[in-house]
Design a protein around this ligand. Sequence first.
Ligand SMILES: [Zn+2]
Ligand SMILES: [Zn+2]
Length: 393
Amino acid sequence: MTGEQESLKKQVVASIDAQRQALIDLSLRIHANPEEGFQEEQASGWLCAYLEEQGFAVERNYCDLATAFLASTGNERPRIALLAEYDALPGLGHACGHNLIAAMSVGAATAAKSIVDATGGSIAVIGTPAEEVYGGKAIMAERGAFKGLDAAMMVHPGSRNSVLTGALACTTLYVEYFGREAHAASRPEQGINALDALLLAFNAVAALRQHIRDSARVHGIITHGGDAPNVVPGHTTAVFLVRAADEAYLEEMKQRTLACFQAGAEATGARLEYRWDEVQYAPLHTNVPLAEAFRRNLTALGRVVEDPPSSRAMGSTDVGNVSMLVPTIHPSIAVAPRETSIHTPEFARLAASKEGHAALIDAAKALAMTAVDLLVDDDLRKKTAAAFAAERF
Ligand SMILES: [Zn+2]
Ligand SMILES: [Zn+2]
């Protein structure tokens, strides 16, 4: 590392330290006011206001999405984007810690802004709503939100510090069965049981699970199971998620899962209607040279980084869709004891805890330091671009 690089890193770290309380306040405010996907009006408003105050040019309603935004400064290459998420989970609040993600990315971008005048290049925060349910980034990717970027970065809170993270391709299946109502005791022979169709499908899916690849997942819930116990259910609905490590296997999983639902219809005589969500989450491709730069920076801050064995504890993220277009990293930072699951009340509590604040500050610093690397290290930029090109999506 050159002396210049080192002193710029000290500068961005000092900037994060100076913003410390403001970033924690921002994170806690978002945490205390959880808003679900595409309703994050307060969160996106607070983030835009913070960035405007720091001198970023802010475009609200980015990509025609009311709670998306683009905050940018500079217009030269390299163009570096920090992604911000800020949606909460239905019923669980900030159980995925997106309040921390938003504050990390805003803090890192503000720190990096303080040096782009000297280094050239440009820094943006892209506010990406509705990660949890609708795949906001997938929609934004189609609308060109990530064009012309040299790198996209964000850090997700979790139960370990790791940089070579993966995520599964994922899609959503909506199913409905239409049977025929009848009195469940006096005229059951006249009924066609739409709930039985659904339960048979659940059992078929359970049998399918034994014969799929370890990394693939299929799971779902019944969203309407009937109206009264003395009426043969004439209409039922369910939502399923189907996931796989790559898009080819996801296609196979989709067909095999659908066959389970067709079997339920066949067995009961109920009619099946189904719809695959138009938004599909792509698998996450981590850019290795960029991830290694991030690893060095996070380690320098005193965190022990360890990557989990692949195919374990993987969810899905719409950052995958960004990673198909731009060299991307999505490291994890520990805010919780090992094996703690995100999407739990316990994790929601940790997202507003001292551990959460410490992770916010460390992640913001490591992101800003990695931005410094990209801004001044030509070799890293070349390696990052070459690794991305070699993936050939
Ligand atoms: Zn989540
Ligand atoms: Zn999340």
